[in-house]
Each structure stands twice: as structure tokens, then as C-alpha cells.
Design a protein around this ligand. Structure first.
Ligand code: HGY
Ligand code: MN
Ligand code: MN
Length: 425
């Protein structure tokens, strides 16, 4: 339970940044191991983090609950009960060996902004809802945005059969977590209930730092394709099989991986390709690998370019597999289109940044975010906050206190000055 801060006398109560940084550290302590931060969907750490966040939401004057897929959901009523809401949020799951800001900064900042309104007894002409999404990274079951897709009503029930590395299906993991896999539809929200979805997130890139700015306006979230590839050759004795008679799946995978890297590096419009995971079997020093599986993550600023690139990459690795007499299986595990941020929200984010006396700067997001799912039920806006060296998905990920505070002041201004689409106010 987070101790409530003593009300400070003197200048405005303690900076929002202080509370946010304290809670970032508190949440980061909830991890699979103490050496490397990992908080994975439907694990003990997921449950402990949800309990802590729900407490923070309630301390901020919100009604709060865990929804049907494990998202944490808080609601702060407006001037009168039942008004449509401005939804804020971000995710609280992490990658493996993660930084502590990717996801939690947006969620904790939103809660601190509502707590500030609550402290002042401020009620707005709309409700505020905050959603902490349970699985944006897709670490456990390969497909991603599971929490936000459930809220958007686009959850694909076929992924319930997906298995994690221990062979546990999502269906069983949900049941073991205490959730009903057949009730995920209960998390879905109707489009009319949300006035907009706005997410604050670390930039995860070096641009704001290069611009010497603490915050920026996000223009669009780049689309992504994730593929699962497997190569099957022939396992054999490392000492007796002549090189020319081998069907070495790992050597084949290595050639594919270098070919993918080369293809993306020589692309002229910023294509990025990543092989984040590889597993060779049987995995013994003196055995020629007979089976290899690896993941491919391809992103581009335009969907058309990304799709052409994916088709070209698959063709290239098919040719390599054929020449090496390996069997290749490639499956798309996740596909997200590029999502534009709504112009009317971009202008309100810009206004909030300008009101905080920062230069307004627009930039796209190369990283994926829950807005890619939330676009199906609401217009999406995003605020980026500078992170040191642009480092992310790494334990060195860091946000300075001053920037956490700046991001919170921008978000609080955006909330207090928010006008629904089309209103003249
Ligand atoms: O992979 C991404 O872009 C996000 O961090 N899930
Ligand atoms: Mn991430
Ligand atoms: Mn993220």
C-alpha cells in the first residue's frame, strides 16, 4: 500500500514528478526476479502490480476494478455521474530485462493527475477513466495489445489457444489467474462511452533529447508485423557428418538473419527489422541443430512499404531454405496498421505543451502502443516524454525527475482544458 504523502505547506504541493518517480520505483520492485525487471501477463507479478495500482487509483478518488482480461480500470466521475469519459492510460506489463518507465510512466502520471484534481476537489464536464493494460508487449503469447484489444472489443478469441514457452495456453493461464477466458467480451467498451483516448509514454528514441525538449506531440504510431519462423533440417553428429552433407538449421537461420538485416539496412525509407528471439534444438554442442525457431519484427512508417518488405523478406528466406534443403514455416503472429493521432487531439496536446512554455515539436512513434487497438473505439492522442539517450527495452531506460514532472504538468493541462471533438469551448 503506498503511503499517502503528507500535504506540504508552502509552494504548490510537492511536485507531481516526486510522486510519479516514487511510484515508478515502487512498481519496478514487482518483478519476476530482482536482477532483471520482467512483469509478464497473468503471472504473480501481474497480480501484485494490479493490486498496487488499484490502491493508487482508489487513493486518487477513483472507483477501480480489475476487468475481464486483467486490465486495471479506474473512473473519476465528472460534474455529474455517468458522463462520457476521457480515457487515459498505458500498459503495466514489461518486456524481459526491461526498463521501468515503458508503460508505467503513462499510467502512473495519469493517476497522479487525477489525484491532483481530487485533492483540489475539481470535477470536470466529463469523467476521466484510466486503464492500465495488462499485456501490450506480447511477451508471453507472441500476439500483443491483448488488454487494449479486449477494451476495444477486437480481442481475437483464437489466441486463447496460444501457448507460452512452458506450453501453458492463454486459456489455462487466464483460468489459473482467476479470470474466465469465456468472459473477455465483458471488458469491451462502446465507442460512445469514450470522448478520446490519450496516452503519455516515453519516446523510446533520441529525438526529444536531440531537440532539448522534455515533451513532444506524437503524429502517428508506426505499424508492425511480427512473424514466427522455423527451419527444419537434420540433426546429426558434429564430428562425423561432412559439411557438404549437412542440413544445418542453425547455419541456415544465421544466413536468413543476416539477409534480413542487410535488406533492412539498405532500405531507403527507414525500414527496421529485428530478430529478437532464436531457439536451436536439440541444443547440444556436439549435435548439428536440426530445428530452429526465430521471431521477425518488421516496421515502417507506411503500411504499404512494410507489407512489400515483409513479402520480399519471406521470399528471400524461402530461397535460402530451398538452397540448403531446409523446410521453412513462417507464420504472421501479429500485424498492426499505422495509426494516425487525431488532428484535434494533436492540437490540444500542442496547446498543453505550449501553455507549459515548451516549444511544440511533433514526431512519429516507431514503437507500438495501445492506441493501435484503442483507435477502433476512440480517436487517439499521445504525449511523448524525453528519455535519456532514447534508451528503452533495456534496464538503463531512464527519465529525469524534471521531465517526469514536465510530462505530468502537460498531461494535467491537457485534461483540465480538454474539449471534446467539435466543441467550440
Ligand atoms: O514493440 C513495441 O513497439 C512496443 O514496445 N510493444
Ligand atoms: Mn515496450
Ligand atoms: Mn510501451
Amino acid at each position: 500500500m503506498s503511503e499517502m504523502k503528507e500535504a506540504t505547506v508552502g509552494p504548490q504541493n510537492s511536485s507531481l514528478g516526486d510522486e510519479i518517480v516514487g511510484r515508478i520505483n515502487q512498481l519496478a520492485a514487482i518483478s519476476e526476479t530482482s536482477e532483471h525487471l520482467a512483469r509478464i501477463f497473468l503471472t504473480r507479478e501481474h497480480r501484485a502490480a494490479a493490486d498496487l495500482i488499484l490502491t493508487w487509483m482508489r487513493d486518487a478518488g477513483m472507483l477501480a476494478h480489475l476487468d475481464a482480461i486483467g486490465n486495471v480500470c479506474g473512473r473519476y466521475e465528472g460534474e455529474r455521474p455517468g458522463l462520457p469519459c476521457l480515457m487515459l492510460g498505458s500498459h503495466y506489463d514489461t518486456v524481459r530485462d526491461a526498463g521501468k518507465w515503458d508503460g508505467p510512466l503513462g499510467l502512473i502520471t495519469a493517476i497522479s493527475c487525477v489525484a491532483d484534481l481530487h485533492k483540489r476537489g475539481r470535477r470536470l464536464p466529463f469523467a476521466i477513466e484510466i486503464t492500465g493494460f495488462a499485456d501490450e508487449e506480447g511477451v508471453r503469447f507472441a500476439s500483443t495489445l491483448l488488454g487494449s484489444r479486449a477494451v476495444a472489443g477486437t480481442f481475437d478469441r483464437s489466441v486463447l489457444g496460444a501457448k507460452d514457452s512452458a506450453g501453458i495456453s492463454m486459456r489455462d493461464a487466464l483460468s489459473q489467474f482467476g479470470l474466465d477466458p469465456d468472459n473477455i467480451g465483458a471488458a469491451a467498451r462502446a465507442r460512445g462511452e469514450l470522448l478520446a483516448y490519450v496516452e503519455l509514454h516515453i519516446e523510446q528514441g533520441p529525438v526529444l533529447e536531440a531537440q532539448n525538449l522534455p515533451a513532444g506531440v506524437v503524429t502517428a504510431i508506426s505499424g508492425a508485423t511480427r512473424l514466427a519462423a522455423s527451419l527444419t533440417g537434420m540433426a546429426g553428429h558434429a564430428g562425423t557428418v561432412p559439411m557438404l552433407l549437412r542440413r544445418d538449421a542453425l547455419a541456415g537461420a544465421a544466413e536468413c538473419i543476416v539477409a534480413i538485416e542487410e535488406f533492412c539496412r539498405t532500405d531507403q525509407v527507414g525500414l527496421v527489422g529485428t530478430i529478437g528471439y532464436i531457439h536451436a534444438m536439440p541444443g547440444a554442442t556436439n549435435v548439428i541443430p536440426g530445428q530452429v525457431s526465430f521471431t521477425i519484427d518488421i516496421r515502417a512508417s507506411s503500411d504499404a512499404h512494410r507489407k512489400l518488405a515483409v513479402a520480399d523478406i519471406v521470399r528471400r528466406i524461402e530461397n535460402i531454405a530451398k538452397r540448403r534443403k531446409l523446410q521453412l514455416q513462417v507464420d504472421v503472429t501479429h500485424e498492426n496498421r499505422t495509426v494516425p493521432c487525431a488532428p484535434w487531439l494533436k492540437s490540444q496536446v500542442s496547446e498543453a505543451i505550449a501553455n507549459e512554455r515548451y516549444r511544440v515539436f511533433e514526431l512519429p512513434s516507431g514503437a507500438g502502443h495501445d492506441g493501435m487497438a484503442m483507435i477502433d473505439i476512440a480517436d487517439v492522442g499521445m504525449v511523448f516524454v524525453r528519455c535519456r539517450g532514447g534508451i528503452s527495452h533495456h534496464p538503463d531506460e531512464h527519465v529525469d525527475l524534471a521531465d517526469a514532472d514536465a510530462g505530468a504538468r502537460v498531461l494535467l493541462r491537457l485534461i483540465e482544458n480538454f474539449r471534446p471533438r467539435g466543441s467550440t469551448g
